[in-house]
Design a protein around this ligand. Structure first.
Ligand SMILES: Cc1cc2nc3c(=O)[nH]c(=O)nc-3n(C[C@H](O)[C@H](O)[C@H](O)COP(=O)(O)OP(=O)(O)OC[C@H]3O[C@@H](n4cnc5c(N)ncnc54)[C@H](O)[C@@H]3O)c2cc1C
Length: 321
């Protein structure tokens, strides 16, 4: 990461902590956030998933929420996920769900978190759906993997998790979890981790990412590759072609609002592509993280806002401001 982009990220994340800026961000950010968030309600999110489906893009829905303070909040989020899974089934939407373990209480009480996630996974199984447990930062890695393994041992195989290429431990985890037929999403990794735990250089992270993808494809484990990086996407396509791996043996995943034309292109080329679609009233932290990732994202949002203003198409319009 260059000096300018580090400065940009730090500045944005610092000012977002200032109450006045937060107030302005929440008041005026709503319209801007429509670039990255599919709406505040389940109905809005499902409409958006339907639109993506008509373009050949599958979805995974994320009910936004983080930083919970007590287990009653975790229980409330669990109920939201149950409603979400029911809503997907009623609409026959082509979507599974992604959830964060800390949203289900992992930082507060691990057994309670396990119980919440198990309820969600059981409900998803009843509706023949799948739950992806997102991977958060390293204090939660082992606990997340343990919970997913335990669910599989209980016969709940409609659950998988995520492995981060930047962690040194990941190669070992990948080999073990593939052996146990646990579905994995592969990512570079989004959190700041120390050098003792994680590769710091882009080239090392890329090498590890490619090794993990190759291992998956060779072992014939269905592979979800989540990246916006053309280098990786091009490499996967070429690798699959060379090794005779069919297009249905893997899927690409990208975030809602990022590289949407590339997502459509991949679908047209016959690749499986899944869009990670966040929704909900707790959109502000997710939104500021996306803006902090790249100055280009801020520019996209501003451009998008002026187009939306002209067309009056904001997903946050419709009477709620
Ligand atoms: C569906 C999904 C789920 C995820 N789940 C998790 C998770 O559970 N845990 C976790 O730690 N992380 C998760 N991540 C985040 C992930 O770990 C990375 O931090 C994030 O995807 C950035 O890495 P990248 O490979 O997409 O591209 P980057 O490393 O950010 O960028 C590499 C290159 O990709 C191209 N590129 C990237 N973005 C754009 C863009 N918007 N427009 C044009 N070109 C672009 C550019 O050429 C850029 O130089 C997830 C990501 C996705 C897409």
């Amino acid at each position: 990461m260059g000096i300018a982009s580090t400065w940009y990220r730090k500045t944005l994340l610092t000012v977002t902590g200032i109450p006045l800026v937060e107030k302005l961000g929440v008041t005026y950010g709503k319209r801007l956030a429509g670039r990255f968030i599919a709406g505040e309600t389940l109905e809005e999110a499902l409409d958006e998933v339907g639109r993506l489906g008509s373009l050949g893009i599958m979805a995974t829905l994320d009910h936004l929420g983080e930083g919970i303070r007590d287990l009653s909040e975790a229980a409330a989020y669990k109920e939201q996920y149950i409603k979400l899974i029911t809503g997907i089934a009623e609409r026959k939407a082509n979507s599974n769900v992604s959830l964060k373990p800390t949203q289900m209480g992992l930082a507060l009480d691990q057994p309670a978190c396990y119980g919440n996630i198990r309820d969600v996974v059981k409900h998803a199984r009843r509706h023949r759906n799948f739950v992806r447990i997102d991977m958060e930062n390293s204090p939660f890695t082992q606990a997340t993997i343990d919970m997913v393994r335990r669910l599989h041992k209980e016969g709940l195989t409609n659950v998988g998790t995520v492995l981060q290429a930047y962690l040194h431990r990941t190669e070992q985890d990948a080999a073990e979890l593939i052996g146990e037929r646990i579905s994995l999403r592969l990512v570079k990794g989004a959190y700041k981790e120390p050098a003792s735990l994680a590769y710091q250089k882009t080239s090392e992270i890329l090498d590890s990412f490619r090794r993990m993808i190759a291992l998956h494809l060779e072992k014939k484990a269905y592979t979800a590759i989540a990246t916006h990086d053309d280098n990786v996407i091009g490499w996967v396509k070429a690798y699959a072609r060379t090794k005779g791996i069919p297009k249905h043996a893997f899927e690409f995943q990208m975030l809602y609002g990022l590289r949407m034309s590339e997502q459509e292109k991949l679908a047209k080329e016959g690749y499986r592509i899944r869009c990670y679609v966040p929704y909900g009233v707790m959109w502000y932290p997710y939104f500021t993280r996306r803006l902090a990732e790249k100055p280009a994202n801020l520019m996209m949002v501003l451009k998008h806002m002026s187009v939306k203003k002209r067309n009056r198409l904001s997903p946050f319009s419709g009477g709620k401001g």
